[in-house]
Each structure stands twice: as structure tokens, then as C-alpha cells.
Design a protein around this ligand. Structure first.
Ligand SMILES: Cc1ncc(COP(=O)(O)O)c(C=O)c1O
Length: 452
């Protein structure tokens, strides 16, 4: 059989290909033929490509590992599953089975949690925009509401007057924990006195009763000391508020932000080195709590971890559909999944594995998606051997934020499956077809397309 023509390639000689420990890991071919013992071939044959695959085993293991890291160090811990990170019903239901309450940041997410059967008392309602109707429902159903701004205070006071009863609320703080740029757009600032002023106003209004403090300092926090500062400031502020207004702070919600083992673009060290161990994080947070809380005080510690719980459990399988050389000589591949599905490729350099052994010289490649849009590149600068059409890439970690931030733009969204602990595979979200795209559209009669 005639071999396909491959243009000769000149590669700069690289020192360090071999060292005394063996091969340079950057050059090692990463091959993955299965996910939790289910073959990639079988998955694609049955459910198509592209395909999102979740591992139930990984999800449950991560949840239990992280929950025990905190609950063995502090006696009163509650996890709030951050819906925005992944609100596929099966993922949320699994988190609730493991014991998490729901943490939602919009009316849509609130409704999603309720539709799943989560009672109001097991919902934490955060976010900068809570429409009045959503607030009314959340109050009626006993949800935990963390207030973001003064307008929300006025809305809640209005609801309180209408119900003729006081409403218990928490407030969201923003503070300097050494993470810059500081996230100051959510909640009330601690250091400038804005938060204290807001609480003064809440106390004077006599309609709301403050019972909790919430703060999410940012995301992908690699520095445990930031949480230490956050916890110390929150506890000290809680005592100040209790003393000044007689409120009793029942929970300290430290938000999420714990990193997954993904590779944040621009991070020099690989994730295995850069990302601190969760036990270390939990230890430092636990110690900060015991240092700052008075003996016998154990307010509820709420943790809203998102990516650290779900990212590693998700994989995106995509197939090479074409290859080409760019004018500068770079080898480019076109895959059937792009930024429409892997939104997080804007900030992560994902791990890319091949579904088979491939011989040939590694080249620096760019991987484009199927969108007719210049920014649709899911990876630039990965060394890959010559890939033939149909070769599949297994991209991970892909479990956080992709199935919520994905776009339905010129392509259908594909199947999402879950590999169960016993190896069974379930579709947890069906691939879309045209009916999903046009379902909500209305075509006025006068625009009807005439065939002639
Ligand atoms: C209020 C709140 N809690 C929790 C999270 C989850 O964050 P992460 O995925 O970084 O743990 C977010 C994400 O932005 C958030 O805004």
C-alpha cells in the first residue's frame, strides 16, 4: 500500500531529551485506551464523538477525601455543591447523595435544585442578582440567603414587611486575603468599613436578622495562607458584629476556590507541584479556626468547593477530523470539539492523551476545533506525533465549568455519559439535534420560506 506523503520536518535539536532518570516527560507519549476500564473505542462506537465522560468512582472518591480532610479537623462542616461548576442533574444528585447541600447563584440554578428535589432549607442562595420573585420563593422555602448588595437588603426588607416577620440572612464579604487582583465586586468590603455599615443598616432596619458570613476570595487559590487570612478576618469580624449588634453568627462560609490538578496557563510549575495537597489546606484552615474561635464556639464551616471536586472526574474525547500545515510550518489538526465544548481551554493547558500508540517524530502542534471562528483553538504548543484522521484525543481534567459554560454555536452539543462504579455506562445528557435548537423559536406566518 502506498504510504501517505509526509512533508519532511526539521526539528531543532533539543538538549535534555534524556537525562539520568530517563526521558524528558514533555516528550513522553501519553496514551489512554480506557476510562475506568471502559474502552475509548467502545465509548465512541456507542455514544459518538465528541463525548464527555464522567467517572463516578473519581467523583465519590474526591468528595469523600475532601470532606474527610475538613471534617476530621473541624467538627461542624457542611459542603455546598457549587451548581455553576457543573449542574448536570446526575452530578448534582451524586453530590447530594454524598451529603452536600446546593449552592446556587441564580434563579435558574435555584429552580434547578428545587426541580431535583432539594428542599429550600438545603439551598444556599448566593450571587449578585436575585430577582424579587426568586428571593420571595427562597425566603418562603427557608433557603440560606447571602446578601450581595444594599438593593437586595431593601428587597428583603420589603418581603419581610409583606410577610410580617423577620428574615434571617447572611452577608457576603470581600476582603484582602493576599489574592490579587482582589475580588471586590461581590458583597461588601471588610477593610473599608462598608460591610460594617451595611450590617448597621440591617440592624437599624430591624427586619433582617444576620446569622452568617460568606466570602469567596477567588478561584484556583494556590496559597493556603490566603484561606488562613480569610478565616481569621471572618471570625474576628463575626465577633465584632455579635458584640456591636447582638447578632449570633451561626455559619462561616468560606466559599470555594480550591484548585483542581489542572494546569493553569502561565503557571510555571506543573500542577502536581504547584497545587497544594487538600489535607494541607484543610490543616491550615482548621488551625486558623481553632486559633481564632473562642473555646466552645463551633459555628458551621461551609465550603463551596467546585472545581476541586469535579474537574478530575471529567474527560472530553474528541476525534481528529483533518490536518494541515500552517504557512509558518506549524502542524495543525482540526478536532470535532472546540472551545464550544472545552470553554476552559481559554485558561487551562489540558492534559492530552492519545487513544493509541503512534509512531513518528513529535512536532509542536496546534489543535483547532470545528468552529468557523479564529479563536477556536483548544491547544497550542503540544508535542504530538503525526496523527491520522480518526485518532482520538482524551482531554482532561474537563469536569469543571465546561458543561455549564459550553456554547451551542453552529454545532450540536454531544452526549455526556457517566461510567458507574460497577462499569455500567449511562447517558446523563443526550446529544442535541435540530429540534433542541429550534424548539423555542417562533416563525411568523408571513416569513414562511416558500419552496418556489
Ligand atoms: C460564590 C461561589 N462559591 C463557590 C464557587 C466555586 O468555585 P471553585 O470552582 O473555584 O471552587 C464559586 C465560583 O466562582 C463562587 O462564585
Amino acid at each position: 500500500m502506498k504510504k501517505p506523503y509526509e512533508k519532511p520536518v526539521m526539528n531543532k535539536l533539543q538538549s535534555g531529551l534524556m537525562n539520568k532518570f530517563g526521558r524528558n516527560p514533555a516528550y513522553a507519549r501519553k496514551v489512554r485506551k480506557e476510562i475506568d476500564k471502559v474502552s475509548i473505542d467502545d465509548l465512541v462506537a456507542e455514544y459518538g464523538s465528541p463525548l464527555f465522560v464522567y467517572s463516578e468512582k473519581s467523583l465519590r472518591r474526591k468528595y469523600r477525601q475532601m470532606h474527610s480532610a475538613f471534617s476530621t479537623r473541624y467538627p461542624n462542616v457542611v459542603f455546598g455543591w457549587s451548581y455553576k461548576t457543573n449542574y448536570l442533574s446526575t452530578i448534582c444528585a451524586l453530590m447530594h447523595q454524598e451529603g452536600a447541600v446546593a449552592e446556587v447563584v441564580s434563579q435558574m440554578e435555584y429552580e434547578k435544585a428545587r426541580a431535583l428535589g432539594v428542599p429550600g432549607e438545603k439551598i444556599i442562595f448566593n450571587g449578585p442578582y436575585k430577582p424579587l420573585a426568586a428571593l420571595e420563593r427562597a425566603v418562603a422555602e427557608g433557603a440560606t440567603i447571602n446578601v450581595d448588595n444594599m438593593d437586595e437588603v431593601y428587597d428583603l426588607e420589603k418581603i419581610s414587611r409583606a410577610l410580617n416577620r423577620q428574615i434571617r440572612v447572611g452577608i457576603r464579604l470581600n476582603l484582602d486575603a493576599g489574592i490579587y487582583p482582589q475580588w471586590s465586586r461581590f458583597g461588601f468590603n471588610l477593610e473599608t468599613g462598608q460591610a460594617m455599615d451595611a450590617i448597621k443598616r440591617i440592624a437599624n432596619g430591624k427586619r433582617l436578622v444576620l446569622n452568617g458570613l460568606h466570602c469567596h476570595i477567588g478561584t484556583f487559590i494556590l496559597e493556603p495562607s490566603a484561606y488562613v487570612k480569610q478565616v481569621e478576618k471572618m471570625v474576628a469580624f463575626g465577633y465584632e458584629v455579635e458584640k456591636a449588634f447582638g447578632f449570633s453568627i451561626e455559619y462561616i462560609d468560606i466559599g470555594g476556590g480550591f484548585p483542581s490538578r489542572n494546569c493553569l496557563k502561565g503557571t510555571y510549575l506543573p500542577p502536581d507541584i504547584a497545587v497544594p495537597d487538600i489535607d494541607d489546606m484543610a490543616e491550615q484552615i482548621g488551625q486558623a479556626l481553632s486559633r481564632s474561635l473562642r473555646p466552645g464556639d463551633f459555628p458551621k464551616l461551609v465550603i463551596e468547593s467546585g472545581r476541586a471536586l469535579v474537574d478530575a472526574a471529567g474527560y472530553l474525547i474528541t476525534s481528529i477530523v483533518a490536518s494541515k500545515r500552517l504557512v509558518d510550518g506549524t502542524r495543525a489538526y482540526i478536532a470535532d470539539a472546540g472551545v464550544n465544548l472545552l470553554f476552559t481551554s481559554f485558561w487551562y493547558k489540558h492534559n492530552i492523551e492519545l487513544d493509541r500508540e503512534v509512531a513518528g517524530v513529535n512536532e509542536n502542534c496546534v489543535i483547532y476545533g470545528p468552529l468557523c471562528m479564529n479563536i477556536d483553538a483548544i491547544d497550542e504548543g503540544t508535542l504530538l506525533p503525526p496523527l491520522t484522521r480518526g485518532t482520538r484525543l482524551v482531554i482532561s481534567p474537563a469536569g469543571a465549568y465546561n458543561n455549564t459554560q459550553w456554547m451551542q454555536f453552529i454545532q450540536y452539543r454531544p452526549n455526556v455519559v457517566m461510567v458507574g462504579e460497577d462499569g455500567t455506562v449511562d447517558v446523563i445528557r443526550e446529544a442535541e439535534d435540530l429540534s433542541d435548537i429550534v424548539r423555542r423559536e417562533k416563525l411568523p406566518e408571513r416569513f414562511a420560506v416558500k419552496s418556489r
